[in-house]
Design a protein around this ligand. Structure first.
Ligand code: LLP
Length: 403
């Protein structure tokens, strides 16, 4: 992924920064477009995963719509030419200001998450003499089998409307003349790699759409959300998610009726492998029990390991030829065994004044030194966008492969 020229380029640059592998981004988008268009599916990019302006512009080139969760994301989608008619707006706590903005922009659809929100959207639309198009986000109680911090579709989660509240929803829809009911929306969690989960989701969606149709509602839009996972362990050998299998599950198991549209909201699977966080070793601390590599990047730049115990592959780019690798030929293996004495275990930590500021414990790396360049891989989704200014640190920069 990083050739000698790229590493030489990094040596001239101030760290830390996000490095965007734009070729990986383009290949991923192409794969998704090919697999989804086979069935006429509509894909909205879940902008929350990464709203770097260059990334947005490239994604737009592939014709995807936008899935937004704040008024500012709606504005960004429109500014980056996603087209207001391709914008969906979800979120359990949309403010009146944000709803008004989306009404003014005539977006494609609000994904409404509570009965109270339906009534608020109706009232605000009425005040503007407008009709708001809405889908109901339903919590289907399907287990996503992912980390509990990124599970959203169980009864105990705050998201969506639970199925036992559907009679109340039906009544609200009948009493809200400024709402146009488009369909139903789901999102059960993120980093889902088991396709069986999506099969279960399809079964629930089929039951729920029947419930609405039995009561005289027409469903035009089936929005299944996002969540498709990526391979954090093998970013080089498996950089593109299996979009073919993913969309095929919906083609096979979702009961799509004539005139219905199927929508998706993918974030991580579109951008996750397209960036690495590049930092330098500031200090090597050799203790009695532990060796620490103290980087110039920490939880302020990439919080996923600290917040979700997420794994990200860590590489020392300055000693790349010495890195331990699996899958080598026998002769290479014997060369590697000669290097074993140089392989160290390090806790790779950031500079922030918090014990939790650790990217990973006991990482096998070649002996590392102050000034070495370190790559934290698969950081394109929920990386740069979740950076914070804690400790009054500088905002992390971005560098692109096509510059
Ligand atoms: N649609 C809705 C309504 C969502 O809430 C999300 C993500 C998506 C779509 C896109 O999901 P994706 O395809 O990216 O899995 N910060 C966490 C992930 C939070 C996901 C939030 N919602 C992480 O770093 O793992």
């Amino acid at each position: 992924m990083f050739n000698t020229n790229t590493i030489t380029r990094f040596q001239q640059l101030e760290t830390p920064f996000y490095y965007y592998h734009l070729d990986v981004l383009r290949q991923t988008l192409e794969a998704c477009r090919t697999a989804s268009s086979k069935y006429g599916f509509h894909v909205h990019y879940a902008m929350k995963a990464n709203f770097n302006p260059k990334v947005l512009d490239i994604i737009r080139e592939y014709g995807f719509g936008a899935d937004c969760v704040s008024g500012n994301e709606v504005k960004a989608a429109i500014a980056h030419n996603f087209g207001k008619e391709n914008v969906v707006f979800a979120g359990v706590g949309k403010s009146d200001k944000e709803i008004n903005l989306a009404l003014d922009e005539d977006i494609f659809c609000f994904n409404a998450e509570s009965v109270q929100e339906l009534i608020v959207i109706n009232d605000l639309a009425k005040a503007k003499n407008k009709i708001a198009k809405i889908a109901i986000r339903i919590n289907p109680n399907v287990d996503a089998h992912t980390h509990h911090f990124i599970t959203t579709g169980l009864d105990e989660n705050k998201f969506g409307i639970n199925t036992w509240q559907l009679p109340e929803v039906a009544e609200a829809l009948r009493n809200c003349p400024n709402l146009q009911f488009l369909g139903i929306h789901f999102h059960i969690g993120s980093q889902i790699t088991d396709m069986e989960v999506y099969k279960n989701l399809c079964t629930r969606i089929n039951e729920i759409q029947d419930w609405f149709e039995d009561r005289g509602f027409t469903i035009k839009v089936l929005n299944t959300g996002g969540g498709l996972g990526i391979d954090y362990q093998n970013p080089d050998t498996n950089s593109i998610s299996d979009f073919e299998s993913y969309f095929k599950v919906f083609k096979q198991f979702l009961n799509v009726k004539p005139g219905q549209e199927v929508h998706f909201e993918l974030g991580r699977a579109l951008v996750g492998q397209s960036a690495s966080l590049i930092s330098r070793v500031l200090y090597v601390k050799n203790g009695q029990k532990k060796n620490f590599l103290v980087l110039d990047a920490g939880m302020t730049e990439l919080i996923r390991p600290m917040l979700y115990q997420a794994y990200h592959l860590i590489e020392n780019l300055s000693r790349k030829s010495e890195s331990p690798e699996v899958g080598k030929s026998e002769s290479e293996e014997s060369q590697i065994s000669n290097l074993v004495s140089q392989i160290y275990k390090y806790d790779v930590v950031g500079p922030i004044c918090e014990s939790t500021d650790c990217f990973q414990k006991d990482v096998d790396l070649p002996e590392s030194f102050r000034g070495d360049l370190i790559a934290v891989r698969t950081a394109g989704a929920y990386g740069e966008v979740m950076a914070s200014g804690y400790n009054l640190r500088d905002r992390v920069g971005s560098v692109y492969s096509e510059e």
